[in-house]
Design a protein around this ligand. Structure first.
Ligand code: 5AD
Ligand code: SF4
Length: 454
């Protein structure tokens, strides 16, 4: 990691009073976590924060590259910032995150969006002070998308929540699923040292955090690149020993190496939530082969059954890609079938998006967008019925809930997530935000359950 102390001091001296930064993160929780580090640097440099772009002195868009729609959205936003900059020429605009790690995107920004001052790669967050200083001194365009491999162990963070914290345990991915851009924009797997993670979590718990979300593209390969024989289940056991009333969650776990040991550990460790996100992507072994997922549907079902045999009510969630190149009707039906067999509590489904540079992008796809759209609507319909029905197992039961705050759509209701990661609504006071409460479930809805505070 770079030592930026003197650069940050120089920025601080140049800035003047009352400077505001607006940092918007898109995409996954790892990106949000990077956004918290970017904010940490900006706070040290003297900025305060705003969500209102019109009052910002610097705007940083922390971008996602997983699907084309996310990229298009960012280009739309950057385009509209031209006006903001005309109204306030001193405004600085920075683009960070996974989009910048693709050279053709960095080039496009440089060529077509002169309103952008700074481009910052995902492994170059510690380069921000240097780039910012250049921009403040009047340099037109400064970019750094190199790889410092900086895990920013000592980096200050401005956390989005005062009771839920994301803790990256590793960066990058070695799996090269054929549809996925992540290994190209985030590089190979690098694990943080267990002692650094334990000490970060201990600090968070001491600060009152109630939920710790461990992040990695595939937490199951945590530690493979470290010298000591530390494993993910081993890390979970260490974290479970930290004193305090808090939950441990993690995301994501690749089904090819979701081991029995991992599952046994979840059940042994009282603080680890009874929920597993196990992205299946497709219900067809043939499609999984084309995706380079390296497991069969039989193996996946074996894992799910091992969990459900221990606890029939355990909560499973998954990711699905609809319309992978040349997916047939039968292959799509196999996906609906897996939803029915596993009975997920929640499914995050995405229409396949072609990412240039990936293997799947080379396949000539014969399936029309219309068919893909139809399949997506059908999948949502099938899953809505499954989860609404499956939620009924909670009726009459008491669920422990970490309260997020007032429900946006239902006036007078509070909302939170249960230990099983189910959305729970109940009537209650706003002061319960950030607390654990017990709720007796009286009703199920689409995508949520309702109950009474006890
Ligand atoms: N198109 C659509 N969905 C994708 N995902 C990853 N890459 C793509 C893509 N090219 C989905 C996968 C992954 C989730 C985070 O995003 O389902 O699990
Ligand atoms: Fe992408 Fe596959 Fe790695 Fe997940 S495991 S980040 S889907 S390449």
């Amino acid at each position: 990691m770079k030592d930026n102390t003197s650069l940050i001091r120089q920025i601080h001296d140049m800035l003047g009073q009352d400077k505001k930064a607006c940092v918007r993160s898109f995409g996954c929780q790892l990106n949000v976590s990077d956004g918290e580090k970017i904010k940490g640097i900006l706070r040290q440099a003297g900025y305060s924060f705003t969500d209102d772009e019109t009052e910002a002195d610097i705007i940083i868009l922390n971008t996602c590259a997983v699907r084309e729609s996310a990229e298009d959205r960012v280009f739309g936003i950057v385009g509209s910032m031209k006006k903001l900059k005309e109204n306030k020429p001193s405004l600085l605009i920075g683009i960070a995150g996974c989009m910048t790690a693709q050279e053709h995107i960095a080039e496009k920004i440089k060529k077509s969006y002169p309103q952008v001052d700074i481009v910052l790669g995902t492994s170059a967050i510690s380069a921000l002070p240097g780039l910012l200083l250049e921009a403040l001194k009047g340099r037109k365009f400064s970019a750094d998308i190199s790889e410092y491999d900086d895990f920013s162990e000592a980096a200050e963070q401005v956390r989005e929540s005062s009771f839920k914290a994301s803790v990256p345990i590793m960066f990058g991915c070695n799996n090269f699923c054929t549809y996925c851009i992540v290994p190209f924009v985030r590089g190979r797997e690098r694990s943080r040292r267990p002692e650094d993670i334990v000490s970060e979590v201990r600090g968070l718990v001491a600060d009152g955090y109630k939920e710790i979300m461990l992040l990695g593209q595939n937490v199951n390969s945590y530690g493979n690149d470290l010298a000591d024989d530390v494993t993910f289940p081993g890390l979970l056991r260490q974290l479970n020993e930290i004193e305090g009333d808090f939950w441990i969650r993690f995301m994501s776990s690749h089904p090819k190496d979701a081991s029995r040991e991992l599952i046994d550990t979840i059940f042994e460790c009282g603080k680890v939530a009874k929920h597993l996100h196990l992205p299946v992507q497709s219900g067809s072994t043939e499609v999984l082969r084309r995706m380079n997922r390296r497991y069969s549907i039989e193996k996946y079902l074996g894992t799910a059954e091992y969990i459900l045999a221990k606890d029939r009510d355990f909560s499973l969630t998954t990711d699905i890609i609809v319309g992978f190149p040349n997916e047939t009707d039968e292959e799509f039906e196999a996906t609906l079938d897996i939803l029915r067999r596993v009975k997920y509590d929640n499914v995050y489904s995405f229409i396949y998006s072609k990412r240039s540079g990936t293997k799947a992008a080379e396949i000539e796809d014969m399936v029309s967008d219309e068919t893909k759209g139809k399949r997506m609507r059908r999948l949502l319909e099938v899953q809505r019925e499954i989860s609404t029905e499956h939620y009924k197992r909670f009726l009459g039961r008491t669920m422990r809930v970490l309260v997020d705050g007032p429900a946006k759509k239902h006036q007078g209701m509070m909302t939170g997530k249960s230990n099983e990661f189910i959305i729970v609504e109940f009537e209650g006071d706003i002061s319960l935000t950030g607390q654990f409460v017990d709720v007796k479930i009286t009703d199920t809805m689409n995508w949520a359950v309702r109950g009474e505070l006890i």
